[in-house]
Design a protein around this ligand. Sequence first.
Ligand SMILES: [Zn+2]
Ligand SMILES: [Zn+2]
Ligand SMILES: [Zn+2]
Length: 330
Amino acid sequence: MERFKIPYGVDESGELVPAEFAKTGSQYKCPNCLELLIHRSGDVRTKHFAHPPESNCSLESILHITAKRMIHHAIMENARGQKTISLKTSCANCSSDLLKELPPGTFSKAAVEVKAGDYVCDVIAYRDETPRLAIEVFNTHKVGSEKSVSLPIHWIEITAEAAIDNPYLWVPTQAAIKESCCNSCQTHVKQIVEVADRFDIDRNVYSPLKDANSSTYIADIETCFKCNMEIPVFWWRGVPFCQTEPSDPKPKTIKRRYSKQWGGSYWANTCANCNVIQGDNHLYLFDGAPFEGMPLSHHTYSGKGHINLRSGASATSEFMKVVRRNLYVP
Ligand SMILES: [Zn+2]
Ligand SMILES: [Zn+2]
Ligand SMILES: [Zn+2]
């Protein structure tokens, strides 16, 4: 069989030892098959363990078991108050990279090969005796779709190579964990709720997250061009220039209004303070609009612009041009 380099061996006390720290004269076993390994000690870069030529052990299995043990070890160090683990995710609102720090003491213990529901998980991290997070090591088998929906706890999948390289930095290839926002989105979300509360908008009818699936109405803040107040404004499926009444319960500031500029009536945001219509161009279409990038409806409009839209991404930019050319009077 092909000879491969084994990065870690198991010493006499059962600990994993990297090949570069192996002591001459000590014996090291394979983490997978527990056979005695040969220690190759050239210069530091080429130091490694190897199986005797007649072995049937597989590198895949060795990497998998080594990764599991290293993750287990990292969680135990965290539980003993020694190590921070970093978990890379992305902001649920703006999708920017997010490095979540799990400070020492986040977990209370770890266990390998534990059953969760119908499945055996590679490693489980506990908090107060409760399984909190399953860590699946992706080597040759990704977490299948069936397992991914039926695992009863939060889980992440990381590659064996990445775990061995740095067991304190978890960069998931798949995950089902609690969503979180970056600091600036958290601040903004708080502001949105504050402004909406100020005008008594029911918190149950909107979401402050820019996720079209999180709620029928998505809220943001705009400054009213008329009275200069910070006011809540909303996106829903059907904007811009929505002709059909949006579904109830809806924020009380969404009203059917006539727009001279647009040349017709549509369901629009109005100022919660002075009641004036807030133009859809400014809310959804122009560069830097609060809801820029949210899905737009592509129906045919009956205003004096007589805009027929194509569907897809090009429709938006086409629409922008038409709106700028015909409708927007600065
Ligand atoms: Zn082996
Ligand atoms: Zn963000
Ligand atoms: Zn106003």
